[in-house]
Design a protein around this ligand. Structure first.
Ligand code: C5P
Length: 236
């Protein structure tokens, strides 16, 4: 089977403050969207990509991603929604439509990968795909948590300190057996901060594999500066 990736890239990027939607901000001459999609395809593990972008950016995204298209790789662009969950849902709808047309389930793994994690190396992508192929329904790449994390109440008072050794910070791409992810999105009424969260609500098991420090999410100007540094170091 083939591996498909949905790439939500329809966020506004208010926190980055670049004046354009975040995924269309360049990191050393290439937009985050191009870098994220190129990185997935370059891993060798991903066959097809659905990029989900703001409604007024479809033509621009098509143009940016056209060079990444090839006989082997389908690269499709669609429009996102108000929340990340809406954007992923739209991307999945495009995938299911193409599955219905082909009449068979061509994908045995579906990844969901934030465009904002545009420096993600091949290794964590391969680990996620491998784990789904070995039978896991849902897989997330994780890193140990460095800070102690507190749970607080509405007034800001600490109500608990979870054991740090049992906590993980979660990245993308998150990987799923297609039926598991589609069922999770079918059942989802609410928004979730990550896709695996919707799978957890169905009471299904979510596995973890090692993430990568380079899979950090670019959210603020200082993240963007760090990304420039990392690209400079990688290109040296
Ligand atoms: O805002 P945040 O950084 O958490 O967004 C994570 C990813 O989800 C980004 O790549 C962003 O473009 C995407 N997103 C989206 N649609 C939204 C909000 C965020 O595709 N409505």
């Amino acid at each position: 089977g083939r591996v498909a990736a949905v790439v939500p890239a329809a966020g506004s990027g208010v926190r980055l403050g670049a004046g354009v939607p975040k995924a269309f901000v360049e990191v050393s001459g290439r937009t985050m969207l191009e870098r994220a999609v190129a990185g997935l395809l370059a891993s060798g593990a991903v066959d097809d990509v659905v990029a989900v972008v703001p409604g007024d950016r479809v033509a621009e995204a098509e143009e940016l991603l056209a060079p990444l298209r090839s006989g082997d790789h389908l690269v499709v662009v669609t429009t996102g929604g108000a929340q990340r969950t809406d954007s992923v849902r739209n991307g999945l709808a495009v995938l299911t439509a193409s599955l219905a047309r082909s009449g068979t389930s061509v994908h045995d793994v579906v990844l969901v990968h934030d465009a904002a994690r545009c420096l993600t190396p091949a290794a964590p992508i391969l680990r996620v795909v491998e784990a789904v192929r070995s039978g896991e329904g849902a897989v997330v790449p994780v890193l140990p948590v460095i800070d102690t994390v507190k749970q607080v109440d509405a007034g800001g008072y600490v109500v608990g300190t979870p054991d740090r050794a049992a906590l993980r910070a979660v990245q993308t791409p998150q990987g799923f057996a297609p039926d598991v992810l589609l069922a999770a999105y079918d059942a989802a009424g609410d928004v979730a901060t990550d896709d695996a969260g919707l799978v957890e609500r169905l009471g299904r098991r979510v596995a973890t594999v090692a993430g990568d420090v380079l899979s950090f999410k670019i959210t603020t100007a200082s993240d963007h500066a760090r990304a420039l540094e990392e690209v400079r170091a990688l290109e040296e």
